[in-house]
Design a protein around this ligand. Structure first.
Ligand code: SAH
Ligand code: SF4
Ligand code: F3S
Length: 443
């Protein structure tokens, strides 16, 4: 008789899309009878959902694999599977077989839905299974999802990316843009709202291209409009949106909506036209600045955040100064800052003028210093204001304190009873820090 494993653990690296894929992987495993394990030590199956957007993400997986090797030596029945973006890369399955022969299963981003079947195959044959599809077949709907408990639920609206920014590996491992049918999305959001989730985060690598491939007239603004009527949903967020196709109509839809939050995450990447062009971002510095101006005009209290990269090939001092200047002009509430990292197979990897590590470090430090100063100033400006806060949970560090987020996505901590979790309350901001605000509830 075959001795079937009983417990599983899914470990996730990467972006929210991967986090959500892991919820699907967990859902699939639970629907075939597995139960969650508390730790890698007690798991019969460990699935690693990987990211490859930067080298650091890959390194984390390699060091985890080293640790799992020892566990597997102690417990040879344990099954180790690798999926996600890193596994999807060309040649990766072969490399894993060569360097990590104790990995039982490799699967890609297009075939994660057949995980239970793949595990069956591992169990039957007791030999490694590698199945990485090279393209997406039909979109799978109605897969089981084991969502994180709480107030926030993720919903994919589209997969893939057609933008091919010259530094980025995502289009190669996630394929072309595929939108879900609006009915399927709305149906899922309705179901989730009935489960008690208050905040929906719509996911896609480039959500404002939503619908372009459906040819039925729906676009992202239209989808947001439809969501306005779903009862129970209090807040709608989305990520990520590309500055290029962020239309005026979309800004107007958001301004008119009571649910879509006034938080705009618009990755700018660089402030120099020369660099933006080489990055293939599809907008100029002026176009980006005028988009921000439009948003600020229509929604004066909007929070604006971004992603910025330093050290892109050919970036000179004057290009970097353009980035600094843009940050000073926009005054982002916060930014994710990255050092450019060569991704094999992308056009930028072969570009001339790769910037030295020392210069990259110098630039990122200057950028972070500036951003921190601005973030703190912007948070200070919230003092004495009254903000609408959706309470997410208890502050684990301070007994009797809760935490939640403003519509602008800023974390707020304040005294309050646990029974308030899930409610939207008014909070007066009394103290500002770099990444959080302190406040007190008001009636
Ligand atoms: N689809 C999202 C980005 C996903 S990747 C968008 O277009 O906004 C998240 C961020 O990682 C990017 O915005 C970029 O700033 C950074 N990034 C992507 N590739 C990178 C690379 N090769 N080196 C360093 N940072 C990178
Ligand atoms: Fe990568 Fe650009 Fe697509 Fe974002 S829009 S996922 S940065 S290619
Ligand atoms: Fe990473 Fe894949 Fe997301 S490469 S950033 S997990 S789409």
């Amino acid at each position: 008789m075959v001795d079937y494993p009983k417990t599983y653990l899914v470990l996730t690296y990467g972006c929210q899309m991967n986090e959500h894929d892991s919820e699907v992987l967990a859902g699939l495993l639970e629907s075939t009878g597995y139960i969650p394990a508390g730790s890698t030590e007690t798991a019969d199956i460990v699935i690693i959902n990987t990211c490859c957007v930067r080298k650091t993400a890959e390194n984390k997986v390699y060091s985890l694999l080293g640790r799992l090797r020892r566990l597997k030596a102690a417990n040879p029945a344990m099954i180790i599977g690798i999926g996600g973006c890193m596994a999807q890369q060309e040649g990766m399955a072969a490399r894993i077989r060569q360097y990590f022969p104790y990995v039982d299963l490799v699967f890609g981003t297009y075939n994660l839905h057949i995980l239970p079947e793949l595990i069956e195959r591992v169990l039957e044959k007791r030999e490694p299974v590698q199945e990485v599809w090279t393209e997406s077949l039909a979109l799978k709907e109605d897969l089981p999802v084991k969502r994180k408990e709480g107030i926030r639920a993720w919903v994919s609206i589209m997969y893939g990316c057609n933008n091919f920014c010259s530094y980025c590996i995502v289009p190669y491992v996630r394929g072309r843009e595929r939108s879900r049918q609006p009915e399927a999305v709305l149906d899922e959001v309705e179901k989730i709202s009935r489960l008690g989730y208050k905040e929906i985060v719509l996911l896609g690598q480039n959500v404002n291209s939503y619908g372009k491939d459906l040819n039925n007239g729906i676009d992202f603004a239209g989808l947001l409009g439809e969501m306005e009527n779903i009862k129970g949903v209090e807040r709608i967020r989305y990520m990520t949106s590309h500055p290029r196709d962020f239309t005026g109509r979309l800004i107007e839809t958001i301004a008119a909506s009571s649910k879509v939050c006034e938080h705009f995450h618009l990755p700018v990447q660089a402030g120099s036209d020369r660099v933006l062009k080489k990055m293939n971002r599809g907008y100029t510095r002026d176009e980006y600045l005028s988009l921000i101006k439009k948003i600020k005009k229509l929604i004066p209290n909007a929070t604006i955040t971004t992603d910025i990269m330093v050290g892109f090939p050919g970036e000179q001092e004057k290009d970097f100064n353009d980035t600094i200047d843009l940050v000073n002009q926009v005054r982002f509430d916060s930014s994710f800052t990255f050092i450019y990292n060569v991704r094999p197979g992308t056009p930028a990897a072969k570009m001339e003028g790769q910037v030295s590590e020392a210069v990259k470090r110098e630039r990122i430090q200057a950028l972070i210093e500036l951003q921190n100063r601005i973030s703190l100033e912007k948070n200070e400006a919230e003092k004495d204001q009254i903000q609408e806060v959706l309470i997410e949970g208890e502050n684990k560090k301070v007994l009797g304190h809760l935490f939640g987020r403003t519509r602008g996505n800023k974390a707020v901590f304040f005294p309050g009873r646990k029974s308030f979790i899930g409610e939207t309350v008014r909070v007066k901001i009394i103290e500002a820090h770099l990444v959080r605000l302190m406040g007190e509830m008001v009636n």
